[in-house]
Write a protein that binds this ligand. Structure first.
Ligand SMILES: [Fe+2]
Length: 318
């Protein structure tokens, strides 16, 4: 694959306090340099034979290639972040930022704090939308390689010295202020609206038990913490309980094969949570049987291991 140069997005002569000379040098030397490196490295990677090339060589080349690709992408985003009146944040963007940061002012202070910390270092400060969580976050990276997996950066501030030295010398603070004044929020908002259309990663869908009400481990933990009365049944098959020495604190183990023998111990006025090893079958089936018998029963998604993964308290299984 051959990567193509993106034309400069912002109009350098319209920027407030940032000279065309700085943008030209940055675009030509640093963005252009990253793109050329990217193409040269890509050619090298494509030409090598993975069967005969040492793994260390492949690994170094791929790492350099990824660095050049991220540098290319982030520079394109950087130039596409400039050219507007940074003070005016359009409504959709302002609402989204307020939702996730409390206020635009609070967002701005956090973003600037991250940039200031990079003043004696180099890296990127990004405003990124994470489809998995439907949330905007600020992040700073100390090199080109630390992007959030699955995140979509919509605003980028370049904190490498080459991004400001020509105009601002050793005064990154003045550069950060100038960047904030020149943010093109309409373009940021358009990218945010595009990012909203990206579907989050698929969640586990339990087709077979899709109609059985589930409860998350976090919800169960919150119930226990709040002292909400709940009957928790560990319904792992007997052979599993001999393999694993612990059981969720607050749960009682009941043999899922002998549900008729213990169902009478349960109260119909308190909710019941059942779970098994991973949350696929036995916990769901137990919940179904209990619901048919008139209990307010749900299965705990993810089962025993999900509970352990959130560091839910366990006790020795006796
Ligand atoms: Fe740069």
């Amino acid at each position: 694959m051959r990567y193509r140069l993106a034309p400069l997005f912002c109009r350098p002569w319209t920027l407030n306090g940032i000279t065309p000379r700085l943008i030209e040098s940055h675009y030509e030397n640093n963005y252009g340099g990253a793109l050329n490196r990217l193409n040269a490295l890509t050619e090298e990677v494509e030409a090598l034979d993975p069967a005969t090339t040492p793994a260390s060589v492949i690994s170094r080349l791929k790492r350099d290639q990824n660095t050049a690709l991220n540098s290319t992408l982030l520079h394109e985003l950087y130039f596409a972040s400039l050219g507007g009146d940074g003070r005016v944040v359009p409504e959709v963007m302002a609402e989204a930022i307020t939702r996730d940061f409390g206020s635009v002012d609070r967002w701005r202070k956090e973003f600037i704090a991250l940039a200031s910390e990079l003043a004696n270092d180099s890296g990127w400060v990004l405003l990124t939308y994470v489809p998995r969580d439907g949330q905007l976050i600020n992040q700073s990276t100390s090199d080109h390689l630390e992007g959030i997996a699955g995140g979509i950066p919509i605003l980028a501030l370049d904190m490498y010295e080459h991004a400001y030295h020509l105009d601002f010398g050793a005064n990154p603070t003045a550069y950060i202020a100038a960047f904030m004044r020149n943010i093109e929020w309409n373009a940021v908002q358009a990218r945010y609206e595009d990012a909203l259309k990206v579907a989050p990663p698929r969640r586990l869908v339990q087709k077979q038990f899709g109609d059985v009400p589930a409860i998350t481990v976090e919800e169960v933990a919150a119930m226990l913490e709040a002292g909400t009365p709940v009957q928790i049944i560990d319904a792992r098959p007997r052979h599993y309980t001999t393999k694993s020495p612990d059981i969720m604190a607050g749960a009682v183990w009941r043999d899922p094969e002998r549900i008729d023998e213990w169902i009478g111990e349960l109260s119909k006025t308190e909710p019941v949570v059942t779970y098994c090893v991973y949350g696929f079958h036995i916990g769901c089936e137990t919940a179904i049987t209990l619901r048919k018998a008139g209990f307010d029963a749900r299965y705990m998604a993810g089962g025993h291991y999900a509970w352990k993964a959130i560091k839910g308290p366990v006790k020795l299984f006796e």
